[in-house]
Design a protein around this ligand. Structure first.
Ligand SMILES: [Zn+2]
Ligand SMILES: [Zn+2]
Length: 275
């Protein structure tokens, strides 16, 4: 790995370290580029109080902290400009009727990662990706991803296969079926059309035991990336999604590169900023 465009800091309340910790570790590892993309703020009026709590929205940066966050990244950028390229960003959700807020965040950083951990459905309820998603819900997940990609605000859709975490088919089983295949194709085709990168995410591999068994992985999900392989024009990158400086390398990253090799996937090393 030479570049990583998905990194969290302690400011989201569930990661460790500040910009300098990651940048110095990335320099030690010989990286050319690192992007700091902590979980961006979620205004409290985006959903009701219970939904805000249930979806861990306080585990995201506070809006008031944004200027300090940006200043900190700028300082590391300048300090290490001869050693490594440092980029600023956020990973944000996408609530479809709040586009101007995401544009407001986009305007302050080098690029945005779109990470759909929950979404607002057609009835206006918030649904999260980890709990019991029906085939209708994964359609809503897909619609959210596509609407977001069509705004032109987001450079990369991270862990696009996250919907599989909570997916249950009509028999209540967590199986990658024809509904999963359908929405996977629609997400991939929209990413191509809108020139958005899709990311293979390393962070869900939390132990060496899990690393050794890709069949257990919810994301990256083998079936999703096997479909992706059918689209040579798709732009794919790998993201550490590091929540601690030491997670910029290790067994989880090695396992992902083996997974990519085994599938014969073509992955880009460097990310261009297109949006
Ligand atoms: Zn994420
Ligand atoms: Zn992340």
């Amino acid at each position: 790995m030479k570049n990583n465009y998905h990194t969290h800091l302690k400011y989201c309340n569930h990661a460790e370290g500040v910009t300098e910790d990651y940048v110095t570790e990335a320099i030690r590892l010989g990286f050319d580029e690192i992007a700091i993309t902590d979980h961006g703020p979620i205004p409290v009026d985006f959903m009701n109080k219970q939904e805000y709590k249930d979806n861990y929205c306080t585990e995201n940066m506070k809006l008031e902290f944004v200027p300090k966050y940006l200043k900190e990244i700028e300082a590391s950028k300048e300090l290490h400009k001869d050693e490594i390229k440092v980029l600023s960003g956020f990973e944000t959700e996408f609530i479809y009727d709040r586009v101007s807020f995401y544009q407001f965040l986009r305007d302050q950083v080098d690029f945005l990662n779109l990470g759909v951990h929950f979404f607002k459905n057609t009835k206006g309820h918030i649904i999260d990706c980890y709990n019991n998603l029906s085939y209708r819900n994964i359609e809503e997940y897909k619609d959210t991803c596509i609407k977001a990609m069509e705004t032109g605000i987001f450079n990369t859709l991270v862990h696009p296969d996250m919907f599989y975490c909570g997916y249950k088919n009509r028999d209540g089983e967590n199986k990658f079926d024809e509904f999963c295949e359908k929405i996977s194709r629609e997400i991939i085709e929209s990413a191509i059309k809108n020139n958005v990168y899709l990311e293979i995410n390393c962070n869900n591999i939390k132990s060496e035991e899990v690393a050794a068994n890709p069949d257990l992985w919810k994301y990256p999900r083998k079936e999703f990336w096997t479909i992706a392989k059918e689209y040579p024009e798709l732009k794919i990158i790998v993201g550490c999604d590091a929540h601690a400086p030491k997670r910029l390398s290790g067994y989880h990253v090695d396992a992902i590169y083996k997974f990519i090799d085994d599938l014969g996937l073509n992955v880009l090393e460097k990310m261009e900023i297109n949006h």
